[in-house]
Design a protein around this ligand. Structure first.
Ligand SMILES: *Cc1c(COP(=O)(O)O)cnc(C)c1O
Length: 392
């Protein structure tokens, strides 16, 4: 919800821009860390969801670790004050340069996604006279029941090591003297709203846990990844995820032995609701069959609808406090691609050139996926003022 004050402020600014509600971000992070603390769970923030400096500062200050998927993310995490022993590094295609930089930074753990990668990390660590801590990313073959473009835990996906390769993993680990095995890692997909999926994941992790026990390989860390979804349809009534219920599923279904740590890697759930993409109507095109609202923001600022057929709540915030007729519009961007459409048949107040349009829940996989296609400018980020907090 945007107040009249917001609208006044927004009308003075050049559009489009990302608007960050830092108070909501803080509240979300606190809700998550408090819920996790009950079970002594460790939370890492998946930087790829949003590496805006203010977001990283908020996560770091909350004592959250960093889950990285590139060398530059590892670098950004360290530069923003995340302690190296809270940085983990996943990804199917880590380059030698990235692995070397992570070894130099002495990160907590590499989440390794193939047998060949184990050998490469061992060789690079040996060349430096170091030991690399590794966790095996296992593909648990659990269906995330989310969009197939963001499903990662099935055997047909490129991520992780399949269970039939685990004998090979064991053999390789025994021969790699510069690797220290610390545990197992899983991540089955993103925007998961059915908690049953995480229960199924726990069942699989328990089975694999037994297998490692039987092989005499001690697991110190059970990393169950991220993927908790948010409510894109009701950003105001459901602005903070139900972290309590999420962690409860693991506390009830995941078998954890004395001394073992449980790690999570949340991205979207921590940041999605705290930003909106604010744009302006450039043109209204009324046709015989269709009406188009042509915005000054497009797939270059928010590509999720075009890339994953994702839903974002769209509001004409210039008209929210007035009586209006409702019209169905196809809401489109200015980019020279037919797919540059946020959604078709959106019921909105009759809209005019200059109206402000908010695309809600744009905090995750929004700004970070911006591109310069069509030689577009990079757009600015605008932040809410911090709430006055009484210091006692
Ligand atoms: C993307 C990613 C995450 C975070 O996923 P969300 O759906 O944003 O919570 C966690 N772990 C790994 C390995 C990832 O690639």
């Amino acid at each position: 919800m945007f107040s009249a004050q917001h609208i006044n402020q927004f009308n003075q600014l050049e559009t489009p821009f990302y608007y960050y509600d830092l108070n909501l971000l803080q509240k979300t992070v606190t809700a998550c860390t408090q819920a996790a603390a009950q079970y002594h769970y460790h939370v890492h923030y998946a930087l790829k969801a949003n590496f805006n400096p203010k977001v990283l500062q908020t996560m770091q200050a909350a004592g959250i670790g960093a889950d990285c998927v590139s060398g530059n993310e590892v670098k950004a995490a360290i530069e923003h004050g995340f302690s190296n022993n809270k940085v983990v590094f996943a990804g199917v295609g880590k380059s030698d340069r990235e692995i070397n930089a992570a070894l130099d930074a002495d990160i907590f753990c590499f989440n390794v996604e193939s047998v060949q990668e184990l050998v490469v990390i061992n060789d690079l660590a040996a060349a430096k006279g170091k030991t690399a801590r590794v966790a095996i990313r296992i593909n648990p073959n659990v269906d995330a029941h989310t969009h197939h473009y963001i499903t990662t835990g099935l055997e047909e996906n490129k991520f992780g090591i399949n269970t039939w390769q685990l004998d090979d993993v064991l053999f390789t680990l025994k021969n790699c003297t510069n690797l220290e095995f610390i545990g197992v890692h899983f991540h089955v997909g993103s925007q998961i709203t059915n908690l049953e999926v995480f229960k199924n994941l726990c069942t699989r992790v328990n089975e694999l846990h037994n297998w490692f026990d039987n092989q005499g390989l001690a697991i110190k860390v059970l990393n169950v990844g991220g993927g908790l979804g948010v409510d894109y349809y009701n950003p105001d009534t459901n602005s903070i995820c139900d972290f309590e219920s999420y962690f409860k599923v693991f506390s009830e279904h995941l078998r954890v032995k004395e001394g073992q740590e449980v790690h999570f890697e949340l991205g979207r759930a921590l940041v999605a609701q705290s930003a909106s993409l604010i744009s302006k109507v450039l043109y209204v095109k009324n046709g015989q069959k269709k009406n188009f609202l042509i915005l000054d923001a497009g797939m270059t600022e928010l590509i999720r609808p075009m890339l994953y057929q994702a839903y974002h709540h769209i509001e004409n915030i210039s008209k929210q406090h007035t009586a209006y007729n409702t019209i169905n519009y196809d809401v489109v961007g200015p980019i020279c691609e037919s797919t540059d459409c946020f959604r078709t048949d959106v019921a909105l107040p009759e809209s005019h050139r200059g109206d402000l349009i908010a695309m809600r829940t744009a905090g995750a996989y929004g700004e970070v996926m911006a591109s310069g296609y069509n030689l577009r400018d990079r757009v600015q980020s605008v932040y809410s003022q911090p709430e006055q907090v009484e210091v006692v």
